[in-house]
Design a protein around this ligand. Sequence first.
Ligand code: NAD
Length: 359
Amino acid sequence: MAARILLLPGDGIGPEVTGEARRVLEHVADRHGLALALEEGAIGGASIDACGEPLADAVLERARKSRAVLLGAVGGPRWDELPVDRRPEKGLLRIRKELGLFANLRPASVFPALASASTLRPEVVDGIDLLVVRELTGGLYFGEPRGTALVEGRREARNTMVYDETEIARITRVAFDAARRRRSHVTHVHKANVLEVSQLWMQVVDEVAGDYPDVELAHQLVDSCAMLLVRDPRRFDVMVTGNLFGDILSDEAAMITGSLGMLPSASLGEGGVGLYEPVHGSAPDIAGQDRANPLAAILSVAMLLEHSLDAAAAAAEVRDAVTAVLGAGHRTGDLLLEGEERPTLGCRAMGDRVLEALS
Ligand code: NAD
């Protein structure tokens, strides 16, 4: 039976970059004999314009019945005046919540041709290939009690960091499974010297690690981890951590690589549907001008192939094609270094180059 893939292009440059990602997915599926049924739906501003809500129930139902969702980006100035609960971003938050996506995977790797785009020295970034696995639905961002109050005449605010062992164990398994497909090393990032929550994480991560004797495990304090990430990022393979630390470290890791237009992500859940999307937003400043870099969306396709279609070889081909295109000197405008002068490609032409490299 064909695996159903739902494309939700969204707003701004979303349709442009998902258009190129779709062409790559179709091409690779064809080559590898993967039977796919691709469908499209609306999310974000596009959905608000079509039906008044940022995510229609019918689209959500189609997402639930899909193997994977490939999303572009949502949002833009046109919808900025709407009340918060009716804005495009609500569509994104809703689909993540309804699909129970508790694991966010953000790889950060440096393509050799782009090593000089990093703010770090090329010899430090050359060869970085790490994956941050962040718990997405628990921890400090969701814990109760929370809120603000006036206590003895002073304003006070409170948030609660709470995790139970099942939440920790399931995200840890995602990390160890991913490590098995990579270099078999997991770093658990914590603050166990001051937080009881982190002490529980240490115990549960150790317990889960017992099921993965072939994967090496290290525990690393979050503060020293943040330093190591800029001093010696190549030491990391898979990092696993809670929502708060993961939020910060995944952005730090991403920026080491230099460019927003190159960063894919995956969110996985218990229902078996994976959601794949570039890290960047809808870039309204360049939307509709054929100037967007489609490589983050194309690399999201590689993650989809790997995690939802169990097609690691096809995923590697996509990544290799991107590496080859960059190695040949092709660039979209966002990838030019300051002062660098060379012709740039539009979104469509960059998609063409990747397809050529694949064939
Ligand atoms: P952004 O990521 O859209 O853009 C930041 C800058 O990076 C812009 O100058 C943009 O032109 C550039 N850029 C981003 N992606 C690029 C690409 N693929 N190729 C070339 N250049 C690219 O962030 P923003 O400007 O803060 O937000 C714009 C809109 O996107 C807002 O409405 C915001 O809410 C939304 N947003 C959505 C998501 C999402 O859908 N996941 C994420 C972040 C922001």
